[in-house]
Write a protein that binds this ligand. Structure first.
Ligand SMILES: [Zn+2]
Length: 453
């Protein structure tokens, strides 16, 4: 007999009520970048937790507040911490949405709306699992804590300090991360690590005002050129970052990391097709080497450049200002402090003391051991629900604030969720599949139950 029969049947029959909560949450805009609806959304999330008997606090951070919730369980010696976020990306461009982003709409087994996948459904699906457990036993199997922040989409600027300042309150034995899901083969994925990021704006101002290029072109410095030359010194066509010391502290991938990628199907054909690129950098052709390069190597990416005139026709102007957004993905061993210091030193040495560096956010890389017993538990319980073995990915190329969870709170961090390749997070028509929503709730009920043993 399935020991989760009562749980599963609860989850099967109460979906409409639970989705009503998710719908209400998605209908409340919470766009961090535009400071839209943040307080209201935090209050709504706090209410969802309080209704389940959680002790809830809305805590200030210097930015958007953190919602913290805690409820004791039968096994008082074990605590599971959920990390989620209630902020969402801007909904623009609005004209590409089939239905308005903050009016959640159900079509063909999918729920559409900004933030429905990233990350509001992950909050409510986990609460749904908690509902089912409370309904069947009247109590939770173990202690449960939630930390739900409001700055994930804008770089989690205040989260590391918040965690350091509230280490006791957040103490736990393991953590479930905000996202997860299945890949294009419907196989649930376990992402064990996140690459770090150091995001900066480089800017230069060479004059008080723009100048007629006929007048200034041969006698005044040009901000656009200054910036281009400075950028040119950061990386060469061989893709090597030219900042001295940049690679010094890097920890290479382990044999186990390599082994895990060896088990993955070659991503090359899909990447080439999906993005319409002709070939990869550095002579890469695919297989494990492509995966390792994708997630275990540092990058220097120009994300945007601004200077002078770019409108219709011509304008003969010598720009006084220029700026660029540059994202450096950093890997295990690298720190933000050292990267910023090396960058400053390099620009100064190369004669670019006039280039200002503004740090816009980021954090170091961190990963969890694939053989940690908690990871094994999450993998084992997923297999039953998803009817296929969860696959382990040692590291992903993207970034998130997992470092303080791994290194400050000292927790194994597992990913689990209801994402899928067409979930369109950050894009128009963001959506979730209800079948995966239900599976994630069933998975979480199992994780909580078996973790308590
Ligand atoms: Zn996001």
């Amino acid at each position: 007999m399935n020991p989760y029969e009562t749980i599963d049947s609860y989850l099967q029959t109460h979906l409409t009520e639970n989705l009503a909560e998710l719908t209400r949450l998605v209908a409340q805009p919470s766009v961090g970048a535009q400071n839209l609806g943040m307080e209201k959304c935090a209050a709504l999330v706090a209410d969802l937790l309080a209704r389940r008997g959680f002790h809830v606090e809305i805590m200030p951070t210097g930015g958007a507040p953190v919602v913290f919730g805690e409820r004791k369980g039968r096994n008082n010696a074990k605590t599971l911490l959920f990390y989620n976020h209630y902020d969402v990306q801007p909904a623009e461009p609005l004209e590409l949405w089939e239905t308005p982003p903050f009016e959640p709409a159900l079509r063909n087994g999918k729920l559409y709306g900004r933030g429905v996948s990233d990350d509001k459904s992950h909050i409510t699906a986990r609460l749904y699992a908690i509902d089912a457990l409370l309904d069947s036993a009247g109590e939770l199997p173990c202690n449960v804590k939630f930390i739900i922040e409001g700055e994930e989409e804008t770089g989690s600027l205040h989260l590391p300090q918040f965690i350091t300042a509230n280490r006791e309150k957040l103490s736990a034995d393991a953590c479930i991360w905000e996202f997860g899901g299945v890949d294009h083969r419907e196989i649930p994925m376990q992402y064990l690590g996140l690459r770090g990021i150091c995001y900066v704006q480089l800017s230069v101002e060479t004059a008080a005002i723009d100048v007629h290029s006929g007048q200034g072109g041969s006698i005044f410095p040009n901000a656009a050129w200054r910036l281009v030359w400075a950028l040119n010194s950061l990386k060469g066509p061989d893709e090597k970052i030219r900042i001295p010391g940049w690679y010094e502290d890097i920890l290479p991938p382990t044999r186990r990391d390599r082994e895990l990628f060896d088990q993955q199907p070659d991503a090359a054909p899909e990447y080439l097709k999906m993005y319409g690129v002709k070939n990869f950098l550095k002579g890469l052709t695919g297989g494990t080497d492509l995966y390792l390069a994708e997630v275990f190597e540092p990058t220097c990416t120009i994300c945007g450049l601004t200077s002078g005139y770019q409108g219709a026709g011509s304008k003969t102007v010598l720009p006084a200002k220029a700026s660029a957004k540059v994202d450096f993905r950093i890997v295990q061993g690298q720190t933000i402090e050292k990267c910023l210091a090396l960058l400053r030193q390099h620009l100064d040495t190369e004669g670019f003391s006039d280039i200002q560096i503004e740090f816009l956010g980021g954090g170091p890389a961190a990963k969890t051991d694939p053989d940690d017993p908690f990871i094994q538990l999450v993998v084992r319980t997923a297999a039953e629900v998803f009817e296929s073995e969860m696959e382990l990915i040692p590291m992903v190329g993207g970034s998130g604030p997992n470092y303080p969870f791994v290194h400050e709170l000292k927790l194994p961090v597992a990913t689990a969720g209801l994402g899928y390749p067409d979930t369109r997070a950050h894009a128009p028509n963001e959506n979730i599949r209800l079948d995966l929503y239900l599976k994630h709730a069933r998975h979480m009920a199992r994780v909580l139950t078996e973790f308590a043993r």
